[in-house]
Write a protein that binds this ligand. Structure first.
Ligand SMILES: NC(=O)c1ccc[n+]([C@@H]2O[C@H](COP(=O)([O-])OP(=O)(O)OC[C@H]3O[C@@H](n4cnc5c(N)ncnc54)[C@H](OP(=O)(O)O)[C@@H]3O)[C@@H](O)[C@H]2O)c1
Length: 300
């Protein structure tokens, strides 16, 4: 019975969207048996253990270490950072599922750019990773979330906001946004209430559309200091992000290439999907967070 078997959560120690950790909190509070696959022990795994999760040390780049984590699981959450290696991670996961002799329904945290022709190489890799999971015969539900996480603002612009500016190549048009917690809540629903999803490949929309000028205005009001938006070229922003990646724990050169390709596409063609607060609320069962609410929670 999937309802009584452990649920495997990958990516629960994340520092970007942090969807896995939220998922662990929501599943354990509902009394579910949760197993976390983590690469090493840390304060983050200690916090997950305190919530009641079992920690298994393993690496999605090493099939041998992933097999024991899958023992007896009924459901699984697969997520991978915006970094290199998602194709081999998915291939290892699929091979480990087959070797473990289990058939967990697997929810994948994906993104709108998961498409074979997307200008972002990371987007094309995400699509290929998902093809592999499907070719392997896994029972997958792909959440191709078609919105940017609120958390991107702090991750990508936190340092420049201290100097009162957000610089990127999204341009002045609206962008669709979703909170990382609400993306995780989509995964909770996909694991526990699959009947809410009408297809195994879903494109959940964002909660709200905001331009970067509007994001800067909200930051100005909530932080009580002026923050402005300055459009820059894709080359300029990519160079800034690659430089940031030399000192930052989350930003990496692959992310720099991905996010600038996504932003350039949005600047040229607009967001591919409009935000739909009500549709998102129907899936997650509560009103989604706005950027202003997210900011207030972060400021405390
Ligand atoms: N950011 C956005 O705007 C956005 C929008 C839509 C969709 N998404 C989707 O969100 C996904 C990322 O989710 P997220 O933000 O929750 O992730 P995240 O916070 O970046 O966390 C990534 C997790 O993956 C783990 N990990 C990395 N390499 C691993 C490996 N080889 N084996 C096992 N675990 C490994 C990390 O562990 P360590 O702690 O050991 O590093 C970490 O726990 C993306 O793939 C994208 O599809 C993002």
């Amino acid at each position: 019975m999937p309802g009584t078997k452990p649920i495997l959560v990958t990516g629960a120690t994340g520092r970007h969207g942090g969807t896995g950790a939220h998922l662990v909190a929501r599943l354990t509070e509902q009394g579910r048996d949760v197993r976390v696959l983590a690469r090493s022990r840390s304060d983050r795994t200690a916090a997950l253990e305190a919530l009641g999760a079992e920690i298994v040390i393993g690496d999605l780049q090493d099939r041998r270490s992933t097999v024991p984590a899958l023992d007896g699981v009924g459901l699984a959450y697969f997520t991978y950072p915006i970094d290199a290696g998602v194709v081999s991670a998915a291939a290892n996961f699929a091979a480990a599922v087959r070797e473990a002799g289990v058939s967990p329904r697997t929810v994948v945290m994906s993104m709108g750019p998961a498409h074979p022709k997307h200008p972002s190489e990371r987007g094309r890799d995400q699509w290929l990773a998902e093809e592999i999971l499907q070719w392997a015969g896994l029972d997958v539900l792909l959440l191709r979330v078609a919105a940017a996480f609120h958390e991107n603002i702090e991750t990508l612009h936190g340092k420049s906001i201290e100097d009162g500016v957000i610089r990127n190549c999204f341009g002045r048009g609206p962008v669709s946004w979703i909170n990382g917690r609400d993306a995780a809540e989509l995964a909770v629903a996909a694991l526990l209430h699959p009947e809410r999803f009408d297809s195994s490949i879903c494109y959940p929309s964002g909660a709200e559309a905001l331009s970067h000028d509007e994001i800067a205005a909200i930051l100005t009001e909530e932080l009580g200091k002026p923050v402005r938006y300055e459009p820059v070229t894709p080359e300029e922003w990519r160079r800034e992000l690659v430089e940031l990646s030399t000192t930052d724990q989350v930003v990496n050169p692959v992310m720099a290439g991905h996010i600038t390709a996504v932003a350039q596409r949005v600047a040229e063609h607009g967001s591919t999907m409009a935000s739909d607060t009500e549709a998102l609320q129907r899936l997650i069962g509560r009103p989604p967070l706005t950027f202003r609410e997210h900011l207030r929670q972060r400021i405390g």
